[in-house]
Design a protein around this ligand. Sequence first.
Ligand code: SF4
Length: 257
Amino acid sequence: MKEALSRVWRAIIEFELIEANDRILIGLSGGKDSLLLAYILSVLRRHSPQPFTIGAFTIDTRFGEEFPRPALQDFCDRLAIPFDSTTVDIPRAIAASSSQDACATCAFFRRGALNRVAREHGYNKVALAHHHDDAVETFLMSLFYSGRLKTFLPKTPQERSGVTIIRPLVYFREAEIIDLVDRLGLQPLKNPCPYNGNTKRQEAKELLRSFEAKDPEYYRRISAAMRGGDSAELWPAEPSRYDLKGKYLKFRGYPSK
Ligand code: SF4
């Protein structure tokens, strides 16, 4: 646990995730990542030099099985974390959406609901349980499916909602979370979503695994490319037709206007 806490402290300090008197709402799905996040923040709040309070909130996505509210309530009670939940009909939102990407629609509605709850209940931050593998997978997915070098940030202030998203687990590998959750005896809930395991993220995850199986250094190098700074050498942004025409005229020796 000591090693785990030092990783979270590193993220908190490096990315300035927590400030004095923050009110942090944890997005608690009941999966392994969010259970660990809630557990760790409940420990940290007792030792943090910057005092903060936490609450936890679950979006019941209505994916088939009965919502296991009692199990989540019990988990939060044992950690003395105030807990609440609401229902968002995600299958209906996906069916009504023109997007082919069910996960993007799901994330959009869940995030919107969580931000709204945070704002209405006086939380200034929302803590999400994304880990390092999630960041690298998102980086690959952006590259492959959008042609952009992009991933989520450890800290994202949101202008519209006024709530800042923080991700204190960004320095954990997924395998480390599985190991810790097991050793702490936490009981993750099964994800009832029919899309689970059949997503673009899963493709990126498997691709990464195959890279790592060949050479573990591949993962480190790909994740190093997520960092900004001087290491990137990219082509300039594609010019507009207007700019391109200007360059053409300049090349032909016409005076610029
Ligand atoms: S796998 Fe299911 S729960 Fe997860 S983001 Fe996709 S649609 Fe939502």
